[in-house]
Ligand binder design. Structure first.
Ligand SMILES: C[S@@+](CC[C@H](N)C(=O)[O-])C[C@H]1O[C@@H](n2cnc3c(N)ncnc32)[C@H](O)[C@@H]1O
Length: 403
């Protein structure tokens, strides 16, 4: 696709409903490089016109909408193996997996903005996404565990001739990524870098069977808890040091009829709180599909599934105002690859909405982030309950309306 067409498409994309800021954009040079490389391979005949395309890790829709603009699609050619009529078009809808619910929503929102109706389907990572795919475009994830889960799924479910184009920012790429891909593909070729992005081209999927490596599980003897984790989840089966510090105060955290573990990750806070407060109903919620799958598995593995409800949602958007007596939060401080306090503030703001008057938000954060003014303003009176060389734990009480 001509560069200026892609530029004009990308210039219309936003990150909404994710955090928007002047220094945060909805696409990056890797999206462009992946699309240009796919177009070059199609033009050179190295990819067949009428390939079935799957996309993994599309942040806000740039890859999906760019791929549709690049190749169009043939809606009548939905089944694997059927050839598409138009050269360069994808066979059937473009299938896409995004871990974050905000990314899924942003893709749909951006599709509406640029007037794309149909042509893509959103799927969980698995057979529905990948069965019969001949081409997979991947924005390389941050963690090797997440890459391993994706590589396993591609090798397991895609067509045997699948070509995987895995792109990333050079500064975030490591030789460990090549090593992971080499376990699942017989040929992994790094391509020339452009604008500080690079693609690893993998082909020759090795046969995979047996039990998938994720979700993994491990027994944490410090907590006496089995922790389950998909590849993409924060801290894997381990215990984050901030979470560990917050849990030192568990005996002082009040019992609530309904408590929420906001940004639950593997659900360690939900599970330990639920176990300590058998009379409480707990909601474990996260924007990440990998996180909620992990939290569900953690609840089940510890016999807490009846007490813990798991919900994939952006900042508790579907929970009614005033519906929780307690919220536990170890907030994120990254938005994608960028360190940005906006993601944490968004969750504190959400806690202010969902807490009932008199309810409490208990949170832990890197002391340099100075969240206290925001906690005071968005929740109410805030007291420091603990501090160590790195972290601060605070408890904030939701003020009554009008106070
Ligand atoms: C620092 S991790 C904490 C995970 C877990 N509570 C723990 O203590 O191990 C922050 C979590 O917040 C989630 N998160 C970030 N923004 C979110 C949002 N807008 N809505 C829901 N969850 C969000 C991330 O996916 C991540 O799992």
């Amino acid at each position: 696709m001509a560069d200026n067409n892609l530029d004009s498409l990308f210039s219309r994309l936003g990150r909404f409903p994710d955090v928007e800021a002047a220094n945060l954009q909805a696409w990056d040079a890797t999206d462009k490089l992946l699309l240009d490389t796919a177009a070059d391979l199609l033009a050179a005949g190295s990819l067949h016109p009428g390939s079935r395309l799957a996309i993994v890790g599309d942040r806000y829709g740039a890859l999906t909408l760019g791929a549709l603009a690049l190749g169009g699609f043939n809606p009548d050619a939905g089944s694997p193996g059927t050839t598409s009529a138009a050269a360069g078009s994808w066979n059937g809808p473009v299938r896409v997996h995004q871990d974050l619910i905000t990314g899924e929503r942003a893709l749909r929102h951006n599709a509406g903005k640029v007037g794309t109706t149909g042509g893509f389907e959103q799927h969980p990572l698995g057979a529905g996404l990948l069965a019969g795919a001949n081409v997979v475009l991947l924005q390389l994830p941050k963690s090797l565990a997440e890459l391993e889960e994706i590589a396993d799924a591609v090798a397991r479910h895609a067509a045997p001739d699948v070509v995987l184009l895995a792109g990333g920012r050079v500064k975030h790429m490591s030789l460990g990524m090549n090593a992971v891909l080499e376990r699942y593909f017989s040929a992994v070729q790094p391509q020339l870098a452009r604008q500080k992005s690079r693609i690893l081209l993998a082909r020759g999927a090795r046969p995979v069977d047996g039990i998938p490596p994720f979700p993994a599980s491990g027994f944490n003897s410090e907590l006496g808890l089995t922790v389950c984790a998909r590849g993409a989840v924060f801290a894997g089966t381990g215990l984050d040091i901030g979470t560990r510090f917050l849990l030192e105060f568990l005996p002082r955290i009040p019992a609530a009829r309904h408590a929420v573990d906001l940004g639950c990750g593997t659900g360690i806070l939900a599970a330990t709180y639920a176990r300590a407060n058998p009379g409480s109903r707990v909601t474990a919620t996260d924007q990440s599909a990998a996180a909620v799958d992990s939290a569900r598995a953690t609840a089940e593995a510890n016999g807490l599934a009846d007490q813990i409800t798991v919900l994939q949602d952006d900042a508790m958007g579907t929970l009614p105002p005033g519906s929780a007596g307690l919220i536990l939060l170890n907030p994120p401080f990254h938005v994608g690859a960028a360190v940005h306090a906006g993601a944490g503030i968004k969750l504190i703001e959400a806690a202010g909405r969902v807490l009932a008057p008199g309810g409490e938000l208990w949170t832990v954060f890197n002391s340099h982030l100075h969240y206290q003014p925001a906690l005071q303003r968005l929740i109410g009176p805030t007291r420091e309950v603990g501090r160590n060389p790195k972290f601060t734990v605070t408890a904030s009480t939701r003020k009554s309306p009008g106070v």
